[in-house]
Ligand binder design. Structure first.
Ligand SMILES: Nc1ncnc2c1ncn2[C@@H]1O[C@H](COP(=O)(O)OP(=O)(O)OP(=O)(O)O)[C@@H](O)[C@H]1O
Length: 270
């Protein structure tokens, strides 16, 4: 079976500076794949290349095929039909995805209406309201009636990330990209959002590209992982293989740091 996402020898550069160098990986339908690496290693640029959202200043070479369609060099018109249907993104900072001046219910209704139109379903105001409330329930937001009418600044950071996830889900994408979705949140909220993503990816039968610099976080959600350093993909495999027997020095240092953290807290709590 063809993979849902096939990234092949993708290179990204700006003003002659290579930022991502000939990386290749693929994600099958339903697979959960993690991209891990230090800050500046090229993870977010890779995600942008997958969605066709690269800034104009970045040159892309190689191939990104999403659901059989080439993304690199493709027109904005084609990319627009793919966004939402094939791929949606949850960003680190939920406010990037939210309009500060629009009620949350109205914001979620926009991608929902687009999908219902695509699927030939009812897009009347009662159907939209029902659909928005359902999405808010899917992401386990309390008092969905209140959230519907609230503005982004009237709810907490964790709740905003749940709304951003509802926005992505409204599109029913085949591939969900989560780019450091918990980094801006406190530890307890982080764990809740990870659990939520884990549940929803299964429930909606999506593939997941999960981006993080945090090894334990990645290991808790995905089955396979690729490690990036300085724009290159240095190691790839199942979570068990890569973190159980890391072969690249950078991966070894990540695993060592995670173990040191564990044993510090193990000793501190004993
Ligand atoms: N628009 C741009 N123009 C030029 N260089 C850029 C641009 N966007 C990012 N870069 C550079 O590309 C490199 C990779 O950036 P990227 O944001 O993909 O890293 P990252 O691994 O996602 O890091 P972080 O975890 O901090 O988000 C960095 O050196 C960054 O400074």
């Amino acid at each position: 079976m063809k993979p849902l996402l096939d990234v092949s020898r993708l290179s990204l550069s700006a003003e002659g500076r290579v930022l991502v160098s000939e990386i290749s990986f693929s994600i099958a339908q339903g697979q959960r794949f993690g991209l891990i690496g230090e800050s500046g290693s090229g993870k977010s640029l890779t995600a942008m290349a997958v969605t066709g959202l690269l800034p104009k200043s970045i040159d892309a070479h190689g191939s990104v095929r999403l659901n059989g369609q080439e993304v690199v060099g493709t027109s904005e018109r084609v990319l627009n039909t793919m966004r939402g249907r094939d791929v949606a993104v949850v960003f680190q900072e939920p406010l990037t995805a939210l309009d500060p001046l629009m009620r949350l219910g109205q914001q979620i209704a926009i991608p929902l209406k687009r999908r219902l139109t695509r699927e030939g379903e009812d897009t009347g105001s009662a159907a939209l309201r029902r659909g928005v409330l359902e999405l808010l329930e899917h992401v386990s937001l309390p008092q969905p009636d209140r959230i519907l009418r609230a503005f982004p600044h009237e709810i907490s950071g964790g709740q905003r990330q749940r709304v951003a996830i509802a926005l992505a889900l409204a599109c029913r994408p085949r591939l969900l990209i989560a780019d450091e979705p918990t980094t801006a949140l406190d530890v307890t909220t982080q764990a809740e959002i990870l659990k939520l993503l884990d549940r929803l990816v299964g429930e909606f039968d999506m593939s997941l590209l999960f981006i993080s610099h945090d090894l334990p976080v990645v290991a808790s959600v995905v089955s396979d992982v690729a490690v990036m350093q300085h724009g290159q993909l240095v190691e790839e495999g199942t979570i068990g293989d890569v973190f159980g027997a890391p072969s690249h020095p950078y991966t070894r240092s990540l695993v060592k740091a995670a173990h040191a953290f564990d044993s510090y807290f193990g000793e501190a709590s004993s």
